[in-house]
Design a protein around this ligand. Structure first.
Ligand code: OAD
Length: 256
């Protein structure tokens, strides 16, 4: 597979799914989870930070870490991949963005109706009653290595407010999962960008798309094993997506 062959397929496609992981936001300065040295799970222990038990055991440690991540995501800008995806959508009868990312960079690049399989850093809610909680971004610079911050309390039941992300051991938001699955099963081209593809059930989506006859293409700077029916384009997300946009539709948005 080359970007020009994929570009031809995009021009003919009726429905494209763009499925993104942390690698799609890496060039915006948001760390991935599993890249050696820089990945969050190389430096922090998910069992201490990304489970309901961790939050119940030390809510301030957990909340402080997610506030640091929320601030970092809020300060980041969409990169060339986010911008190219939003631009490609304008040329397609239908394009669905399904992301595992908890930032809002797709939306800020102009993508609409983004399906967030793993929730969002920007939608905290009460841990007890589920009531959404509106929270402005703090302007104080938060230290990376775990400043404890007491979580706010719910206006309705006084329970702790928790980050709006899916933690290990939790179900995906039902509507998001159902919509992601339906899109994967209906599309004719499925692009999986910047994900290690090891966290289920999200990682099932490329397989579902393949099983329903879609062309499945993985875009990643690091090659990994795929089945004989899938395709691989090696390179960083922004470079690959901008080439694809240019080759398919002759445009080139400026990365910010
Ligand atoms: P990972 O950190 O597991 O994988 C990131 C992928 O991005 C790797 O395959 C990298 O090679 C690739 N990558 C790095 N830089 C890139 C670039 N510039 N362009 C394209 N790709 C690049 O992140 P995810 O696959 O997103 O879950 O991880 C899946 C889930 O595991 C996350 O949503 C999170 C985590 O635990 C929850 O928080 C529930």
């Amino acid at each position: 597979m080359t970007t020009s062959i994929l570009a031809q397929q995009l021009r003919k496609a009726q429905h494209v799914v763009i499925f993104t992981g942390a690698g799609a936001s890496a060039e915006s300065g948001i760390p991935t989870f599993r890249d050696l040295l820089t990945g969050l799970w190389e430096r922090f222990d998910p069992a201490q930070l990304a489970t309901i038990e961790a939050f119940r055991a030390d809510a301030s440690l957990c909340w402080g870490w997610y506030e640091w991540r929320r601030q970092k995501a809020g300060q980041a800008q969409p990169n060339g991949a986010h911008l190219a995806i939003a631009e490609i959508a304008k040329h397609m009868p239908r394009l669905t963005v399904v992301t595992q990312n908890v930032d809002d960079l797709h939306e800020r690049a102009g993508s609409r109706d983004v399906i967030h399989l793993h929730g969002s850093l920007h939608s905290p809610c009460c841990i007890d009653c589920g009531q959404p909680y509106t929270l402005p971004l703090t302007s104080d610079a938060l230290p990376e290595d775990g400043s404890r911050i007491e979580p706010p309390r719910c206006n309705t039941c006084s329970g702790y407010v928790r980050p709006g992300v899916v933690w290990f051991g939790e179900m995906l938001p039902e509507n998001a999962w159902r919509a992601g699955l339906a899109a994967a099963e209906e599309c004719d081209v499925f692009l999986s960008i910047g994900t290690s593809g090891i966290v289920y059930p999200a990682a099932e989506l490329p397989l579902r798309a393949l099983g329903h006859g879609a062309t499945v293409v993985h875009i990643n700077p690091v090659r990994f094993e795929i089945s004989g029916q899938e395709h691989f384009l090696q390179g960083p997300a922004s470079v690959m997506m901008q080439s694809l946009l240019r080759e398919a539709f002759g445009e080139h948005p400026d990365p910010q």
